[in-house]
Design a protein around this ligand. Structure first.
Ligand code: ADP
Ligand code: MG
Length: 716
């Protein structure tokens, strides 16, 4: 038999009695809310649970009444709100899917808050005083857009209109007031398929829920969609607008909850991580359609990779915070694929926002206070690009073209990773814990940098304020150099990849599968040069996995390596500046304490990529190599030296050889022969036998390998 509305009170009564007795006992005179996991109700009485989902307003209000009664019996004078949490998955929905079927039911959506309005009090129960008899009539106000008067006075029973009518005056002292506030919510950008606009919604929040949310925050919101009549020239129109009333919301506590690798995928991730050529394959996976003929582009891609993994953000004992995000600036001549790299990164990063300096929305990079965006004259705070990219990457193209106000606020946003707003009567702080990847063009068409002039000289030509340069961990200068050989291979590559690409019109007509989404199950792909790389969906899972499971800490070895480099770089800067003080442009780029932090972040990111919980010498090596490259220090060596492939760093070679020996011994049960080691290394693309020999030597001196017989090895 269906549950009748009249039964609801007794259902709540029994529910509180049987399931929640203890929790109710814990309420105090300060309690304003009573949280209930929905599952508690569902497992107790599924039908009652269904009733709540289908008629939430009424049922929850009844529940509140019953609860308040109970509290009174316990001697508490409170009326706590009932907040249902963790709704079942079948009421979870995408914002864009919500329509007439969902009206007035409880629904659950994952959204990001983009705007928050000022608070305004509104009358919940209006108390009207009759002008003729002074009697009071109470009218509940359900619609926040109009104030309803009584039709007749409850005292003298005179009507409000017609013959012998009376008039009513609002007695505001006796009215029940409630705070109310509007939010604008937006679908999560990563859920939006294709190039569609994320859908938006207007949310009314009331009472204790007010002022709990900030723009830029991601929440799982339990909402009740309802309709509001639209207005046309101050008259109601037949078109209705869906508005949401917020029941409860849980702030997202851990990032990447939407990317959860399965057990098999976790195995695959670990397998990829243990490949000795991990760096090479990862590097290939960053924008495979952009060919890295120059060494520089290789290192640029590598630094972008490090940005994806990021260092570890830490909160210190004194409450200060060290960011883990790596900020990168790509300065470059037009047409060197900066925008392409940025677009690619914004698609690849598990959570990213793309904006182009020239046409950023009114909210800009940080936040804006706008009047009247909800149509009733309130101030609203709208989040800009950086708060919306919280815990992700903000890709800002053409950063040289952003407004001066934004340039000023970028400092705080990039270092403290928060944005202080004090606009239109709203004073607050928004969180912007994102990595910034930006691209800058020169003001004069191309960069005019002589061979002896340093990067800062080029930076000046972007027109960006100088202090901003120190906020970037890495600044690349990408010159469009004419080089026949490189040009030819880029041209060949562009030709090849254009032919491989699927025509967009065909994707839109659904005749071809979209090359991006069809990779959902694929791990490896091959590019036009026949090199392997990781598919975007897999790489995203890899990154999410590494970031959630590994927060590496520095070992003493890595610490001392980074410190040595820092001291030496600082020393050479100090020395040169004395000698070259009159030729300022030719000085090496100054290195400050910030650089130390950047190096640590890069090393941490590399350790993370290797799914390690410790930052070892190898990680420090990589961080220093990237650093020396962007700073254009002399004798940095070629990328090959810092990369996998033909020549590895000694620490890496040790690891590779050790792994090979262990593999052979465990597979064959015999000791590893020198030749076998060579041939296995060859399958990994390592031809350099001398490097292998010296690794073996180092390992045996280190007593990690033992020579059982000449030319035969086993782990010690
Ligand atoms: P920018 O933003 O630096 O001015 P774009 O990202 O708009 O340049 O790139 C211009 C075009 O040149 C793009 O279509 C890009 O694919 C192509 N291009 C430039 N360099 C390369 C490269 N190394 N490999 C592949 N394509 C490239
Ligand atoms: Mg561009």
């Amino acid at each position: 038999m269906a549950l009748q509305i009249e039964d609801l009170g007794s259902r709540w009564e029994t529910f509180f009695q049987e399931v929640k007795l203890q929790e109710i006992q814990l309420l105090t005179n300060n309690s304003i809310e009573f949280r209930i996991r929905f599952n508690d109700i569902q497992s107790w009485d599924p039908e009652f649970a269904k009733k709540i989902l289908n008629q939430p307003k009424r049922t929850i209000l009844t529940g509140k009444r019953i609860l308040s009664q109970r509290c009174k019996e316990n001697g508490l004078n409170i009326e706590p709100d009932i907040l249902l949490e963790h709704l079942p998955p079948d009421v979870e929905e995408d914002l864009r899917e919500i329509g007439s079927d969902d009206l007035n039911r409880l629904r659950c959506v994952n959204v990001v808050i983009t705007k928050v309005s000022e608070i305004r009090p509104r009358i919940y129960e209006a108390d009207w005083c009759c002008d003729s008899c002074n009697g009071h009539t109470v009218v509940t106000q359900e619609n926040e857009l109009e104030l309803k008067e009584p039709l007749i006075c409850s005292g003298c029973e005179l009507p409000a209109s017609g013959a012998g009518s009376t008039r009513f005056t609002l007695d505001s002292d006796r009215c029940t007031w409630i705070n109310n506030q509007y939010l604008e919510i937006q679908e999560l950008p990563e859920r939006v398929k294709g190039s569609g606009q994320p859908s938006r919604g207007k949310v009314l929040i009331e009472g204790i829920q007010c002022n709990r949310f900030l723009p830029g925050e991601r929440v799982t919101a339990n909402l009740i969609p309802y309709t509001q009549a639209g207005y046309h020239r101050n008259r109601k129109s037949a078109m209705f607008e869906i508005v949401y009333s917020l029941h409860s919301a849980v702030r997202e506590s851990t990032p990447f909850t939407d990317i959860q690798p399965s057990e098999e995928e976790k195995m695959e991730i670990k397998k990829v991580a243990s490949r000795p050529d991990l760096m090479a394959i990862m590097q290939e996976s960053i924008a495979p359609s952009i060919i890295d003929v120059t060494d520089k582009l290789k290192v640029v891609k590598r630094s972008l990779l490090m940005q994806l993994f990021g260092g570890v953000s830490r909160i210190n004992a004194d409450g200060t915070r060290n960011r883990g995000d790596i900020h990168i600036l790509l300065m470059g001549d037009p047409g060197v694929a900066k925008s392409q790299l940025l677009t690619y990164m914004s698609k690849l990063a598990p959570r990213a926002r793309f904006a182009s300096g020239g046409n950023i929305s009114a909210a800009g990079l940080t936040a804006a206070a706008i009047r009247d965006s909800f149509g009733d004259g309130r101030f609203t705070l709208e989040a800009g690009v950086l708060p919306l990219a919280d815990l992700g990457i903000a890709c800002i193209d053409e950063i040289d073209k952003i407004s001066n106000e934004d340039k000023g606020s970028l400092h705080e946003a990039m270092e403290q990773q928060q944005i202080s707003v004090s606009k239109g009567g709203i004073t607050t702080q928004l969180r912007a814990r994102c990595a910034v990847l930006s691209a800058a063009n020169p003001t004069k068409g191309t960069f005019d940098v002589g061979p002896n002039q340093n990067l800062m000289y080029a930076f000046n030509q972007t027109g960006l304020p100088i202090p901003l340069a120190t906020r970037f961990d890495i600044i690349w200068l990408m010159k469009d150099r004419v080089d026949e050989e490189n040009d030819a291979s880029i041209a060949r590559h562009i030709m090849a990849s254009r032919i491989k690409g699927v025509p967009e019109s065909k994707v839109e007509e659904n005749t071809f599968e979209n090359p991006v989404t069809k990779d959902e199950e694929v791990v490896y792909k091959t590019n036009t040069n026949g090199k392997e790389y990781l598919s975007v969906p897999f790489l995203r899972k890899y990154i999410a996995y590494a970031k959630t499971n590994h927060s590496p800490i520095l070992t003493d070895e890595a610490k001392s390596m980074i410190l040595d480099y820092y001291k030496q770089a600082r020393h050479s800067y100090g020395k040169d500046s004395e000698e070259l003080s009159e030729r300022r442009d030719e000085q090496p780029i100054p290195i400050s304490a910030r650089a130390l932090e950047s190096l640590i972040r890069l090393a941490e990111a590399h350790a993370r990529m290797n799914l390690r919980d410790e930052v070892i010498g190898e990680d420090a090596d990589m961080a220093i190599a990237i650093f020396r490259h962007w700073r254009e220090e002399e004798n940095v060596g070629s990328v090959a030296e810092m990369s996998t492939g033909s020549s590895h760093g000694p620490a890496q070679m040790n690891r590779i050889v050790m792994k090979i020996v262990k593999d052979i011994v465990s597979e064959t049960g015999k000791d590893a022969m020198q030749n076998e080691i060579y041939s296995r290394a060859l399958t990994m693309g390592i031809e350099d036998t001398i490097a292998i020999d010296s690794a073996i030597q180092r390992l045996s001196i280190d007593t990690q390998l033992l020579m059982s017989r000449p030319g035969q090895w086993r782990p010690f």
